[in-house]
Design a binder for this molecule. Structure first.
Ligand code: SAM
Length: 467
């Protein structure tokens, strides 16, 4: 550790890279400093904010010479809000960083340095791409004069996101990566709440009612579903609220009240009450229709989902006699895409609502060759193996934590010839690919996709075959 470095010290350095979490990296005598908001090539003056044995953290106090990759962030709240990490970096450089992140993970975590990693697929629309927003509702107290002498305490609600690593709500009036319809729906709901003086939930003591505002939009139908998350169902003047929102938001498909009485960070509760219109949206991607309800998981970036479909076309040569497994199938977005070509597709997911939606979606598209099984993949797949079930191809799309080792073992025992692994976490992807390679598989190619522009997150699709 260099002697000049301690908390509070100021040093000048040149930033040379990004780290996995989107922070920039600079070095002082080979000692690594993580620097939020930096861009490779920046010459900066920084102040050290944290020191550990092997690394430290610092904040930029002055940009001496900006990097050529540095651009003006589009959002005025960018530096306060924890939602985006790379708005200050040119889009091409964001893509290069994401490609490198995939390469580095494969090399450092799994020793897979011979695997071909394609350049990260860019989005035509790297702004306003998110089809779903969940905003936390807070309230600012103020005194309102009722008469010259009489005042009452009122609350002005606001909606926003938590600042990075805190529970402080940063008020966001218009989010640049959200579909504009979602921004309008949240703004309309917030204004209606204020006019009706709806009580905002206080997580400290559990008082108040309104907790979150959620909006989802369908790109194809251009419709929006507004979900008000409340701790209890009794809200004054509900009809007035719905009327106000309907007047402000064109193409509103429904307004839903979601009940979440639990004192935890989980946004949506299990019970929904339709206040007006429909309780679900219809989305259509590459000719496949999806029924998307308030609670179901659906890929937030439809253009990104189209890129996954393209990768499935390139990486899975499905024949009409093929049995295909979709492990972690959610509402069936990938299963239904391949069902057009396969003999039969079996989807597995641990979320009952998602499995119910997958069955609805299969019917909506008139497929008769799908089976959706409720349960964890680590429990259901070994059961299928013991029954002698065979698959020619498998899609594996687990959550961020990746697959349980039993799943990898079972896939290897089933000797499924062709696999496509879809992942939103390059580290767990690399770990699981390493395990597959030790069990008779080889990774042919990886395609990163920029599913989440302006953030450090990247989606990767890997083509894997038996050696
Ligand atoms: C990244 S999502 C993928 C969903 C789907 N493939 C899609 O593209 O919409 C991961 C899914 O895994 C499910 N899941 C998480 N852990 C699971 C487990 N152990 N077994 C089965 N499903 C699981 C979640 O419910 C979620 O639907």
């Amino acid at each position: 550790m260099p002697e000049i470095l301690s908390v509070g010290a100021q040093v000048n350095l040149t930033i040379h890279d990004f780290a996995v979490g989107g922070e920039a990296v600079g070095r002082v005598d080979n000692f690594v400093l993580f620097i939020p908001g930096g861009a490779p090539g920046d010459e900066v003056e920084v102040q050290v904010t944290e020191m550990k044995k092997n690394y430290g953290r610092a904040r930029i106090t002055k940009i001496i010479k900006p990097s050529v990759q540095r651009v003006m962030p589009r959002c005025s709240m960018y530096h306060d809000c924890g939602g985006c990490h790379l708005q200050h970096v040119a889009y091409e450089a964001q893509l290069q960083f994401k490609t490198k992140m995939a390469v580095d993970a494969l090399q450092h975590i799994a020793g897979l340095d011979q695997v071909k990693v394609r350049s990260c697929r860019h989005m035509e629309t790297p702004w306003n791409y998110r089809g779903k927003v969940q905003m936390i509702v807070g309230a600012k107290p103020y005194l309102r004069s009722k008469t010259n002498t009489d005042e009452e305490m009122r609350y002005r609600p606001y909606a926003g996101f938590y600042a990075q690593g805190t529970h402080t709500i940063v008020k966001i009036d218009r989010c640049c990566i959200q579909d504009e319809q979602n921004n309008r729906a949240i703004a309309a709901a917030r204004e209606a709440m204020e006019r009706l003086n709806w009580p905002v939930y206080n997580p400290q003591d559990g008082s108040g009612t309104i907790r979150y505002l959620v909006a989802r939009s369908s790109r194809k139908m251009q419709e929006t579903l507004l979900v008000v998350v409340a701790s209890q169902p009794r809200l004054p003047q509900i009809n007035e609220f719905v009327d106000m929102v309907r007047k402000r938001v064109k193409h509103l498909r429904g307004v839903v009240l979601n009940l979440n009485p639990h004192r935890s960070n989980v946004v949506l509760g299990m019970r929904n009450q339709v206040l007006w219109g429909s309780e679900y949206l219809v989305e259509e991607v590459c000719g496949i229709k999806f029924h998307v309800s308030a609670n179901s998981f659906f890929q937030v970036n439809v253009e990104g989902l189209e890129c996954i479909y393209k990768a499935l076309d390139d990486y899975l040569d499905i024949k009409p006699k093929d049995m295909v497994l979709d492990a972690y199938c959610g509402v069936g977005s990938l299963a239904l895409y391949v069902a057009r070509r396969a003999k039969r597709v079996v989807g597995i997911d641990e979320c009952q609502a998602a499995i119910e939606d997958a069955v609805i979606n299969s019917d909506l598209n008139e497929f008769t060759n799908t089976d959706f099984i409720y349960g964890t993949v680590e429990r259901v797949l070994p059961g299928l193996y013991h029954k002698g079930q065979k698959f020619r191809s498998a899609i594996i799309d687990p959550p961020r934590k990746g697959c349980d080792p039993i799943v990898i073992e079972t896939i290897a025992k089933m000797r499924i010839p062709n696999l496509v692994y879809v992942s939103c976490n390059p580290s767990t992807l690399a770990r699981d690919l390493g395990m597959l390679c030790e069990r008779g598989y080889r990774v042919d190619e990886v395609q990163p996709i920029d599913m989440f522009p302006q953030t450090y997150h990247v989606e990767c699709v890997a083509k894997i075959s038996r050696k």
